[in-house]
Design a protein around this ligand. Structure first.
Ligand SMILES: Cc1cc2nc3c(=O)[nH]c(=O)nc-3n(C[C@H](O)[C@H](O)[C@H](O)COP(=O)(O)OP(=O)(O)OC[C@H]3O[C@@H](n4cnc5c(N)ncnc54)[C@H](O)[C@@H]3O)c2cc1C
Length: 437
């Protein structure tokens, strides 16, 4: 059996390794259009924040390491077309067109940072940084420029604001919604962070959408419905889009261009599977799926797909959309549904807030948390945490609870370790469960 995987990042590499574990004798070929595999997109922040020194440190695997699993890795190989009737893909390598046949195909071509709607977005002074080449250009542009406009207040935009401020740059952030990280947080939770960002010099343009960008004398002019904003340079931190131009029209897509897959990660075509940022990811909380670009989903879909190549065996449990990061001195983390978005679901939910000291002996540092739960079943649907102490790992407990259907009453009794040097009396995750009257 010949299994061909297209795309050598989180999803494709994981799928390749897991497929080898499942199919000891299969021929496995991975095609990647870039000159290397396994680049970490957050590398720019890591360098600007001095967590790593060189881009060479920003890889989770090399071609040689993957080959040790007995996987053929073909680099600089861009897939140009798919013929799903012939079970064949065509790729370009060193100006030659080559064909490869598959018995099973795994599409793991992920996403690109792009927008077609904004006029002038192609300017060379607008930074994107998902690939290694883009990141090299971005590093040079950050070094050469002083005033930056960040387009988008999601995780990438807010982390970039943090990195640029650390590097003594001027930052203005344009966001079409009324706040930051709106996919993951109800805005009342982030007020301390927003206040801190403002006090460190970030200038926000909320409820404004960039419609047009003009280059004027080496500077950029951004036109929104209300403002004209100038800067030396800009960061594209808006939507990412699936990279799927080479697919044939047999592969069913969602309206947003993401590949449709069933719960076993099979596409609409026999023997073709899709994973990672190329697909709409099934939700852990409902029967729906949505487009969400997260490395953890890419890795987990990569693991699951390898079980389903011969027959549907392992259902993908879905995503609770778990994130965590540290920005402007605050650890912030979220999983599951926000209260704001709950209006889009049939279920009636309620929420609770709590603030507690971070540990028994450090009463100054606090942890604030919010829990969203179903009024009817009591099941926990979402959680958000913010603190100046590191609470990031707590969100993983809460996301596990959500995926396992834990109720708020059960959460209050969840088993936890206590040690006076490290813990408060109640663990924050239990405390949230105790807040319901
Ligand atoms: C700046 C930034 C920071 C991020 N930080 C985080 C984070 O902290 N946590 C988190 O969970 N997520 C983060 N993400 C999102 C995360 O990077 C993606 O969810 C993840 O990379 C998706 O992995 P993937 O393997 O599905 O696709 P991708 O990483 O997009 O990889 C797809 C691969 O396929 C290759 N490819 C594409 N088309 C072809 C073709 N036609 N032929 C051959 N090869 C092809 C590409 O070159 C690429 O190597 C971040 C994203 C960005 C942009």
């Amino acid at each position: 059996m010949h299994i061909v995987i297209v795309g050598g990042s989180f999803a494709g590499v994981t799928a390749a390794i897991r497929t080898r574990q499942n199919f000891k004798d299969a021929q496995i070929t991975l095609l990647e259009k870039q000159a290397q595999i396994g680049f970490i997109p957050g590398a720019l922040h890591a360098i600007l924040n001095k967590q790593i020194k060189r881009l060479e440190e920003a890889y989770f695997i090399s071609k040689e390491e993957l080959q040790e699993y007995g996987i053929t890795v073909i680099l600089n190989a861009e897939v140009q077309s798919l013929d799903s009737n012939q079970q064949q893909v065509t790729y370009q390598k060193t100006n030659q067109s080559k064909k490869i046949n598959y018995d099973k195909l795994i599409i793991a071509t992920g996403s690109v940072q792009s927008s077609y709607r904004i006029k002038g977005i192609q300017s060379h002074k607008i930074i994107t940084y998902k690939s290694v080449e883009e990141t090299k250009t971005a590093l040079a542009l950050v070094a050469q420029n002083h005033r930056f406009t960040i387009l988008g207040g999601g995780q990438v935009g807010v982390e970039m604001a943090d990195s640029l401020i650390r590097n003594k740059k001027k930052v203005q952030l344009v966001e079409s919604m009324n706040g930051i990280l709106v996919k993951y947080f109800d805005q009342e939770m982030l007020q301390p962070l927003i206040k801190e960002m403002k006090s460190r010099g970030v200038h926000f343009y909320f409820n404004e959408t960039v419609r047009e960008i003009e280059e004027i004398d080496e500077r950029l002019l951004f036109k929104t419905q209300n403002s004209e904003i100038t800067s030396d340079c800009a960061v594209f931190a808006l939507s990412v889009k699936p990279q799927i131009a080479y697919l044939d029209d047999q592969i069913r897509l969602h309206e947003d261009g993401a590949i449709y897959v069933d719960r076993y990660l099979k596409t609409s075509v026999e023997n073709i599977f899709a994973i990672g940022d190329a697909i709409q990811t099934p939700s852990s909380l409902s029967d729906e799926s949505f487009y969400i670009s997260l490395a953890n989903n890419a890795v987990r879909t990569g693991i699951v797909v390898a079980d389903n190549l011969l027959k549907p065996q392992t259902k993908f449990i879905g995503t609770a959309r778990t994130i965590g990061t540290k920005v402007f001195g605050y650890y912030i983390a979220s999983t599951g549904m926000t209260e704001t978005e709950s209006i889009f679901f049939d279920e009636k939910v309620a929420s609770i807030h709590m603030t507690q000291p971070a540990s028994l002996f450090n009463k100054q540092a606090t942890i604030s948390g919010k829990l969203i739960y179903s009024v009817e079943t009591g099941q926990v649907r979402g959680a958000q945490l913010i603190s100046q102490t590191n609470i990031l790992e707590k969100i993983n407990t809460l996301s596990l609870g959500i995926q396992m259907g834990i109720t708020i009453t059960e959460l209050a009794q969840k088993d936890y370790f206590f040690h006076s040097a490290w813990s408060p009396i109640y663990d924050v995750t239990n405390h949230l469960g105790l807040m319901k009257g």
